[in-house]
Ligand binder design. Structure first.
Ligand code: GSH
Length: 230
């Protein structure tokens, strides 16, 4: 049986990491039998990140590589999609994982009001005596990386303006569909759904979470995707 190494449940979600939630969706959609193993420490993992799956005695890091592994085992996440839809799906996945994700990172790590809850959730396994010090150092490095990445230089209003067309693109696909590419979930839903879910479940109130919460189409979609893990 496949083991999904994942961050534990957090903020009312399957995991504190939307990539771990994506991997859980892919495993479910693949029809493979799997179980979860929680850890808060990814340092022994191949990329020092989660998710990772353990399958046939090998560790497979990165949700995209997990997808490739499952496809090599016979999973067809996008069956029935045209080549045009598959190319759009690829772009939606990248939009969620390489853009929306970094706004969630900034909302979680960059907001002083949200920080105490983030720190106590993400660093729960670090001894209390040194937790604040360890967390502060990692937070500083991460926010410096976000400055280099570029989004760390935007105000929260500018960030929301930059996200708006992405959210509209998602809503447009959902006007007539339960999922992004029709009535059945596909690979794109495994990425986009968890990112939206992570955005609205982050501690505190953010411009992004308010924007999503006031949109019934997006909220209905997040619930439908979350029900797939219930
Ligand atoms: N490209 C990776 C991204 C995974 C990722 O960024 N995981 C984060 C949590 S959301 C992580 O483990 N970060 C730990 C670290 O960077 O030290 C994937 O698709 O799996």
């Amino acid at each position: 049986m496949i083991t999904l190494l994942t961050y534990p449940p957090a903020f009312g979600q399957f995991s504190g990491s939307p990539f771990c939630i994506k991997a859980a969706h892919l495993l479910n959609l693949s029809g493979q039998r799997w179980r979860r193993e929680n850890t808060l420490d990814p340092r022994m993992m191949p990329h020092q990140k989660l998710p990772v799956i353990r399958a046939e005695d090998q560790l497979i890091a990165d949700s995209d590589m997990i997808r490739s592994y499952l496809e090599a085992q016979g999973a067809r996440f996008d069956s029935g999609l045209s080549e045009m839809d598959k190319s759009t799906s690829r772009a939606f996945i990248r939009m969620a994982e390489e853009h929306l994700y970094f706004h969630i990172v900034l909302d979680r790590w960059g907001d002083d009001l949200a920080w105490p809850e983030i720190r106590e959730t993400y660093f729960a396994s670090v001894p209390k005596l040194v937790r604040r010090m360890v967390a502060r150092r990692i937070r500083k490095n991460l926010l410096a990386a976000m400055y280099v990445q570029g989004l760390g230089r935007f105000t929260s209003e500018q960030r929301l303006a930059r996200l708006e067309p992405d959210l509209e693109a998602i809503v447009t696909r959902l006007w007539q569909n339960r999922f992004l590419f029709g009535d059945r979930p596909t690979a794109a839903d495994a990425s986009v759904g968890p990112m939206l879910g992570a955005a609205i479940s982050s501690p505190g109130e953010t411009a992004l979470s308010n924007r999503i919460k006031e949109n019934a189409v997006l909220m209905g979609y997040v619930s439908r995707v979350e029900e797939m893990l219930a």
